[in-house]
Design a protein around this ligand. Structure first.
Ligand code: PEP
Ligand code: MN
Length: 340
């Protein structure tokens, strides 16, 4: 349920209503937009009489929200959320960002790749130090030493880093190292203890859609994080498992406009994991840009044939240069934006 307040509602009137609602055992989520203030009621709304609420002086109207996700819901928060990822980089609304880097942090090649992706126009650096691998015998990641390499690259290049967290027990390590954005991978999209734990921080979370997850399940995963107090969630479409076997996954680009319709959170698209093959990454990166993604996540490696993971889908730095040029062209044509 949401209460849309009259434009004239004073701060005092808003806090009066908020405490009235909270006394009934519900939580509130107040969104102050330019034109209206909306109070989202979270919890058991059967305890509230909507007619009584609507009869209050400052209330314009009360609306039921049928979807089970509340804080992620655009009805609660009509304006796009813009999330500050550090180093002056914001994502959401008309702020478009490209996250690029290797699948895994492997060693000193990270800084070389990082310099190239930055020069090409990427604004955030990715790299996995903890890798969720299907086989326990496959490379599992460098761990804390990998995080240190990412932090060094971030300091040299003044760009935020995005790196995956797999275990709730590692949250403190990520906080101590001041990791800019924590990624929750597809395999952990319904790891509820992990979602709750990162929800207790204020660090932006790049939340990937589960391998066979529906759009609603992705939004409910976001809701887990937000219900603990962290509103800095970036949704990520990375392809889903279907009967198609020619590509690693099926890139569900429908999800981009659907998520924008349902939610105010920024939406990133990952054409690397969605396709699984270098040759398909650029065309699908362009398609994702054209359909309104707020950002892209693209894997880049300086020597893909020797990459420790996901070499088959990595772009070389030269290929990434070309792809970035075309992404800029799409942004210009479709969104009249001039990227630096
Ligand atoms: C990754 O980003 O390297 C990764 C493992 O992605 P996903 O969780 O989407 O498979
Ligand atoms: Mn990968």
């Amino acid at each position: 349920m949401i209460a849309i307040l009259k434009q004239s509602a004073s701060d005092e009137a808003v806090s009066h209503i908020v405490s009235w609602i909270e006394k009934k055992g519900l939580k509130t989520d107040v969104s102050r937009g330019e034109n209206e203030t909306i109070i989202g009621l979270v919890g058991d709304t059967t305890k509230i009489d909507p007619f009584l609420l609507e009869s209050m002086d400052v209330v314009e109207r009360v609306q039921r929200v049928s979807e089970p996700f509340k804080r992620a819901n655009r009805k609660f928060h009509p304006e796009d959320s813009v999330i500050d990822c550090g180093h002056g980089v914001k994502i959401g609304g008309d702020q478009f960002q490209v996250i690029a880097g290797p699948c895994s942090v492997e060693g000193e090649n990270l800084i070389r790749i990082a310099r190239r992706v930055k020069a090409a126009g990427a604004t955030m650096l990715r790299g996995g130090a903890y890798k969720p691998r299907t086989s326990p015998y496959a490379y599992q990641g460098m761990g804390p030493a990998g995080l240190d390499l990412l932090c060094e690259a971030s300091a040299e290049l003044d760009m935020p880093i995005v790196t995956e967290i797999m275990d709730p027990r590692d949250v403190q390590v990520f906080l101590n190292k001041k990791i800019d954005v924590m990624q929750i991978g597809a395999r952990n999209a319904q790891n509820f203890p992990l979602l709750k734990e990162v929800g207790k921080t204020k660090t932006p979370i790049l939340l990937k859609r589960g391998m066979s997850g529906t759009i609603d399940e992705l939004l409910m995963a976001a809701e887990y994080i937000m219900s603990e107090g962290n509103d800095n969630v970036i949704l990520c479409e990375r392809g889903i498992r279907t009967f198609e076997t020619r590509t690693r996954n099926t890139f569900d680009l429908n999800a981009v406009p659907v998520l924008h319709h349902l939610s105010h959170l920024p939406v990133v698209a990952d054409p690397s994991h969605a396709t699984g093959y270098t040759r398909y990454v650029e065309p699908m990166a362009l398609a994702a840009t054209a359909c309104g993604a707020n950002g892209l996540e693209i894997e880049v490696h300086d020597d893909p044939s020797r990459a420790w993971s996901d070499g088959a889908q990595a772009l070389t730095p030269d290929q990434f240069d070309d792809t970035m040029r075309r992404i800029r062209a799409i942004r210009e044509v479709v969104f009249q934006e001039t990227m630096e």
